[in-house]
Design a protein around this ligand. Structure first.
Ligand code: FAD
Length: 742
């Protein structure tokens, strides 16, 4: 039976989310508040897309709705290519910056290329919510968009049920309202790891079709910068050296703060809260050979609020070694201070300026991600020698050769450039090109592992450290930017980080100072957590036994003090992203949770929430809380000590079922196997109206768990599998089967 209260709550909540996301936009519009550095420089300030296109003599429009920045990146590349190839006067814009109400007045020889990503359960990205509402409110009977000619490219992941849901929806709505599609509907599949190749094959065809449609002449790709770089002499107060937004500059007096001088937000994708890290510890046993860091951010006094089940965005910066490598490979002057002006009034600056080259590379550019084949194609014009030109041509034309020589080696931009030039730095690539073609460094999201009811002043995250070892022994591993930063902080905070191998302390001198360091640290944590202690809270067990006293030499190091010491004392910029992953409002509704690995993070928050509720309402009998958890073995069993405590506090309503996949001489057991083992009990809970929650790996686990529930229904209700699949689908649409997968 569907729990009507819960459906109502899910509906109200969905509406509330939509309002919430538009709220900041509305607030920005009302107050005019937005980051100065990213503002359009010369536009009339109109938000009407047709007016701005006309005002700026634009004859092509590329628009994007991007959640993590990848879609924005592809849209910008596409726009750049149209400019270089066809001399089109392209406007490239974020959907959230404009209104489309007058699109029916668009000249019919102006083509729109829409790039749209899909988020969560087929949702439009936050920045496209307004566009979605506009599209959905059009009446197809009016065929109001009959004058619109468009191309569309969706970026999605086939491991999710609603693969490219947002792009499909936009495509259907545009067509239903009379708009005409040029070429094929382009779909990129991150689940298959083919986003770049999907884009390239769509691009190849669609550019030909656009050329025919608009009767264009083609010329050789030639880079013309959209920006003008000016070299500045001295480091003034208004020069960004990595601050996340202009409010953090010494020259800025705008920082919204309360009487105690603490920042008050609103905190969002352009203005994060620089939060102190009050606790950080390793969760895995050293025997596991891997690392997983528990981090607690103090948000007391900041107005930064979250709900249990939300996501925390952490803004990273690049590691010293990677910054150095990038600067060397491109023969840059890291100390150069520069200002940037957009030659095109409709074009946003890619980063806040004035700034330094080093700050741009460290804080604003994504320098370690995979390289695209298209980038190599665009680099041909800067090839310093004929040999390098031939190499670039071969690699960019042959996708198998590119996959083998570049992708399979996990090369980042600098690695690839060194490989192609046989170790020589590149002196021919202009800084403007680097700024335009290197993606923006994006915040990374984490499922919050604390409960807003229990931890009002701190936000916990549980992050596995990304350390992908390369098949080739002599190649360095791929090191995740954010998770290695969190590990550096954890070790440094505990005095366990060997900062420089050259200054290695002799073994015999090690013990004394470390004990002192630890004492100092304990004292610091005591004072830093003072706000937290005023809130009644569940005790967090002490950092695991795995915190060894041995110093660690890590492959990468970071500037932990941050720009102008903004992060000193272990701080990082963060903001909260609302999710729809929520416990049922009725605490008596049973709950089935499936979260292997770090997928258990939000369930730690859920359980802590119920523990607190039980403390406050001892007479309420809670619904069953059944958690399926999986780890390789006992060495990577997350929060092992905590679960026992929760069981005691929840008086038998909480049960945890554990699957281990790598026990010696034992078959591999996964959460879906355990679900099958317990399917009778699971079926009973489902009959009682249990909510299902799945968190973690989207590629395999979520699908296997979905199949396990289909199996449970098939056998439990003695029905056809197709019928069981429909039931599971219906639960999802009712918000009774929720996924937080990535
Ligand atoms: P990145 O630097 O982003 O690298 C990530 C991966 O990209 C690498 O491991 C590698 O596979 C690949 N890669 C990078 N560079 C290259 C290259 N040159 N060539 C080829 N491949 C490359 N994670 C958690 O641990 N806990 C959570 O609770 C959690 N919750 C999440 C919730 C949401 C909604 C989402 C979207 C993600 C969540 N994640 C979570 C994942 C997390 O956001 C990050 O993706 C993850 O921590 C890696 O970030 P990073 O900066 O360390 O790694």
């Amino acid at each position: 039976m569907v729990d009507k209260v819960d459906i109502l709550v899910v509906t109200v909540f969905t509406v509330a989310i939509a309002i919430y996301f538009n709220k900041d936009l509305l607030l920005d519009l009302i107050t005019g508040a937005s980051d100065e550095a990213f503002k359009l420089q010369n536009s009339s300030g109109s938000r009407d897309i047709v007016t701005v296109l006309k005002e700026n003599d634009k004859n092509y429009l590329v628009v994007y709705g991007s959640q993590t920045g990848t879609t924005e990146d592809y849209a910008k590349r596409f726009a750049k290519e149209l400019i270089s190839k066809f001399k089109l006067n392209v406007m490239c814009a974020d959907l959230e910056d404009y209104e489309f109400d007058n699109l029916h007045n668009l000249p019919s020889d102006l083509v729109i290329s829409l790039f749209l990503s899909t988020y969560g359960e087929g949702e439009y990205p936050d920045s496209a919510l307004q566009f979605e509402t506009w599209l959905k409110n059009l009446d197809p009977m009016d065929k109001k968009l009959d004058n619109v000619n468009f191309t569309i490219f969706g970026l999605g992941n086939s491991t999710y049920e609603h693969f490219n849901g947002a792009a499909r929806s936009a495509w259907k709505l545009l067509k239903a309202n009379g708009a005409h599609l040029i070429g094929k509907f382009g779909l990129a599949d991150d689940g298959a790891g083919t986003t770049d190749e999907d884009y390239l094959s769509w691009n190849e065809k669609v550019t030909e079709q656009i050329k025919t449609f608009l009767k264009l002449d083609e010329q050789d790709l030639k880079f013309e910068s959209s920006f003008e770089v000016t070299k500045l002499e001295s480091l003034e107060e208004n020069v960004f050296v990595g601050e996340p937004s202009s409010q953090y500059l010494p020259a800025c007096e705008e920082l919204p703060h309360n009487d105690e001088g603490l920042q008050t937000g609103p905190f969002n994708t352009i203005y994060p809260y620089v939060a102190p890290i009050v606790k950080s510890y390793e969760l895995f046993d050293p025997k596991s050979g891997r690392n997983c860091i528990h981090t607690e951010f103090d948000v007391s006094g900041s107005n930064l609020k979250y709900s249990t089940g939300d996501h925390l965005a952490i803004w990273p910066s690049n590691a010293n070694e990677k910054v150095e490598q990038f600067i060397k490979a491109l023969n840059l002057d890291g100390e150069m201070i520069f200002d940037l002006k957009s030659k095109d009034p409709t074009m946003k600056l890619p980063l806040p300026t004035p700034t330094t080259v080093e700050a741009a590379v460290r804080h604003y550019l994504e320098i370690t991600g995979p390289v695209s084949r298209q980038l190599l194609r665009t680099l041909i014009q800067f090839a310093p020698t004929e040999t390098i030109k031939t190499k670039l041509l071969d690699l960019s034309n042959d996708k198998d050769q590119f996959a083998k020589e570049i992708n399979a080696q996990y090369f980042n931009i600098a690695d690839a450039l060194y490989y192609i030039s046989e170790g020589k730095p590149w002196t021919t690539i202009p800084w403007e090109f680097i700024l335009e073609f290197t993606p923006k460094l994006q915040p990374r999201y984490y499922s919050i592992s604390s409960s807003a009811l229990t931890e009002k002043q701190t936000i916990h995250v549980t992050s596995i450290v990304e350390n992908v070892t390369n098949d080739e022994d002599d190649m360095p591993p791929v090191l995740g930017v954010t998770t290695n930063l969190l590990r550096n902080i954890q070790l440094d905070k505990a005095g366990l980080l060997e900062k420089d191998i050259k200054d290695k302390i002799p073994e015999e001198d090690k013990d004394e100072p470390e004990v002192e360091e630890e004492k100092k640290e304990e004292k610091k944590e005591d004072t830093e957590s003072v706000n937290e202690k005023t809130v009644e809270k569940i005790e967090t067990p002490t950092p695991s036994k795995s915190a060894t006293k041995e110093k660690h030499t890590l492959p990468v190091h970071y500037d932990l003090d941050g720009p102008r010491n903004l992060f000193q004392g272990y701080k990082l910029p963060i903001h909260v992203r609302r999710s729809t992953f929520r416990l049922p409002t009725n605490p008596q509704t049973p709950v089935i949770m499936v979260g292997p690995g770090t997928g258990v993070a939000p369930f730690r928050g859920f359980i802590r929430e119920r523990v607190k509720f039980q403390e406050l309402n001892p007479n309420v009998k809670l619904g069953k809380l059944l958690l399926f958890y999986g780890s390789r073995d006992a060495n990577d069993f997350l929060y092992r000590e905590e679960w026992e405590e929760y069981k005691t506090k929840l008086n038998g309503s909480f049960e945890m079922v554990v699957a281990h996949s790598r026990l010696p001489n034992k078959p591999k057991v996964y959460v879906q196997d355990k679900l099958k083992d317990k399917e009778e009990e699971v079926m009973e809970l489902l009959k009682e109206g249990a909510f299902i929650y799945v968190c973690g790996d989207a590629k395999n686990m979520a699908k296997d768990v979905n199949a396990a529930f289909v199996g449970t229904y098939t056998r439990g209700l003695k029905i056809e599998e197709a019928e069981a699949r429909e039931i599971v689908k219906m639960l999802k649409s009712q918000g009774k089967y929720q996924e937080d997968i990535w």
